[in-house]
Design a binder for this molecule. Structure first.
Ligand SMILES: [Zn+2]
Length: 405
């Protein structure tokens, strides 16, 4: 039986306090500088820009549609004021609440969705759930495929079934030990605490430590890493969640678990082959698909204002180096002939996806007929696809020439 971890909570969930701020030019007084200062201070924040009284667009603070940065351009740059239309700034749940009360229809900036700053409509959120080693038996936690019931004094109002959960072991372990999903946000209130069910998607893993995460450019500011808050559930922004998935990309099981890994059964192999698509086509067709995909990707990035440099020949784990102002993306392009098929990454490409913060996968499906493009950050790629090691290389043994009778 899985134990119910005795987890405790703080009186306030970090990141849920209200911090809505509004900026709009008023008469001769511009709010531009204050809005730019807010963007600089809240780089993981979101804002609404009111297109009309009843319609708004939702962006991430760093959306390049409003100028790259920080530093962000000042009022005297000759580009006009960004606050001639009302800007409402805050977290996603706050802005959703604000829009509901104000009867404003919200549309998501697709550019921000593609850049990973904004969740696509209806998609999953990311949370840290914290176990306390001195109160919880961690040896029974995180067994892939099993579920466990946890409890908290104050569950987030905005979480949903299917949300991604990262399991954090508190002091003295202080590292990430598993990944799961929220199977049921509400399995009962016992008068004191609320119970929720977690489905474990990994076995216990030897994940990044607190030092590692605190020094990470994206995760370093996450609330669960601050000393002080004793809580059970902590929110991660979409960008932080995506980065965490990227860090965990290569880690699916602990080392001891890996050595005892079973061979896949015939049925599992057949299933994998089916999902990968039957056969990968001839070498000639593959070449055509690849060329068409690269062409489509280049066209897209150029039209989006990127300076595109082909680095396929350099064999550095990606195909296109894209630059726009201070931004840089390392884009690996994969093409497929059909839709929903798999693709192959070399070991170098896989390692790049795991380690490079600038990594981006541009998957072009139906590349030869009707190209459909999907863009993933490294983290999103590891969340969206299952990876299996496919190939082995056989070499003659040293000192024993193969005689081939
Ligand atoms: Zn945007």
């Amino acid at each position: 039986m899985l134990a119910v971890p005795a987890v405790y909570w703080s009186s306030r969930i970090e990141g849920e306090r209200s911090m809505i701020e509004e900026f709009v030019d008023n008469g001769g007084k511009s709010a531009h500088e204050r809005f730019q200062a807010w963007r600089k201070k809240h780089q993981q924040g979101l804002f609404l820009t009111l297109v009309t009284r009843a319609r708004a667009n939702l962006h991430g603070a760093r959306c390049e549609h409003f100028g790259s940065g920080p530093p962000y351009y000042p009022a005297n740059a000759g580009l006009g004021s960004l606050t001639s239309k009302l800007k409402v700034c805050g977290s996603e749940s706050e802005l959703r609440k604000w829009a509901g009360i104000s009867r404003v229809m919200v549309e998501r900036c697709q550019h921000c969705v593609q850049r990973g700053r904004l969740a696509p409509a209806g998609s999953t959120q990311y949370w840290i759930i914290k176990a306390e080693p001195d109160r919880n038996d961690l040896t029974t936690l995180a067994l892939k495929g099993r579920t466990g019931v946890w409890y908290t004094g104050r569950p987030p109002k905005t979480w949903n079934t299917g949300d991604t959960l990262f399991i954090w072991a508190g002091s003295p372990i202080l590292k990430l030990i598993g990944r799961g999903r929220l199977a049921d946000p509400d399995v009962g209130f016992d008068g004191k605490v609320y119970h929720f069910r977690v489905e474990y998607l990994t076995n216990r893993i030897d994940g990044p430590t607190i030092e590692h995460l605190r020094s990470d450019g994206v995760l370093g500011t996450a609330s669960f890493l601050k000393s002080g808050p004793s809580g059970t559930v902590f929110p991660l922004t979409r960008e932080q969640g995506s980065r965490m998935l990227q860090l965990l990309g290569g880690i699916t099981t602990s080392a001891s678990d890996r050595s005892s890994k079973k061979k896949p059964t015939k049925a599992e192999e057949a299933d994998l082959r089916r999902r990968l698509g039957s056969g990968f086509g001839s070498a000639e067709q593959n070449k055509q698909v690849e060329l068409a995909a690269i062409k489509d990707a280049k066209k897209y990035y150029k039209s989006d204002g990127w300076n595109v440099e082909s680095v396929e020949a350099e064999k550095i784990g990606f195909d296109l180096r894209c630059r726009k102002g201070k931004l840089e993306r390392h884009v690996e392009v994969k093409g497929t002939a059909g839709v929903g098929a798999g693709f192959i990454l070399t070991r170098g490409e896989y390692q790049k996806a795991e380690s490079d913060e600038k990594y981006e996968l541009c998957l072009v499906e139906s590349a030869l007929s009707n190209p459909k493009r999907r863009i993933f950050t490294g983290g999103e790629m590891f969340a969206a696809f299952e990876f299996v090691e496919l190939a082995y290389k056989a070499a003659p043994m040293a000192g024993k020439p193969h005689e081939g009778k």
